[in-house]
Design a protein around this ligand. Sequence first.
Ligand code: GTP
Ligand code: MG
Length: 196
Amino acid sequence: LNYAKTYFVTSAPDITHLPSDTGVEIAFAGRSNAGKSSALNFLTNQKNLARTSKTPGRTQLINLFEVEPNCRLVDLPGYGFAQVPEDVKRKWQKSLAEYLQKRESLKGLVILMDIRHPLKDLDQQMIDWAVQSNLPVMLLLTKADKLASGAQKKQLNMVKEAILPFQGDITVAMLSSLKRTGLDQLKAKLDEWFSQ
Ligand code: GTP
Ligand code: MG
């Protein structure tokens, strides 16, 4: 697919506000500040398609993008830490859970984790949930540029080992949106999911 042609469709506070549940959707999930929006911008080669921020909790809505008809990408609100009021946080964690559980067109989940802090409790819960739901997962270790190449490989192998007990369809890869590396593997996986 030509990801550069991706365009913004809508932002929804919950699943009732999303367009019809047909075709294939692939969601980007992860802790606040993991680099989800940056990864989407890198993938689509667009500077400001998804809004990025130094402040965790920037993406508070379900943001939907269309690559081509029936192929959509979704930037989900981050889970975990966020500098926002507790009630607002609860509200969007609820829409997140609802989206993941009810969206029929959801066919793949990219879980982004800072390469320096992978597999936090909430990440493991997400993986667990995806495996239970038979949803294929790509674990994307982001901000790879923050580590030297030896340390990157070490983290990659550590994560690969750690996920063995999950026994699901899980792929592990690295990405640096800053240094613009790791895109081929991400694209290959998305192409695979979109073509099913
Ligand atoms: P929320 O929307 O709050 O959940 O955050 P997010 O996961 O969308 O993260 P976002 O893409 O906004 O990035 C968070 C911060 O990490 C920003 O300051 C980015 O510039 C930085 N960042 C993202 N990707 C990379 C990367 O590959 N390398 C480095 N060094 N920094 C990155
Ligand atoms: Mg974001």
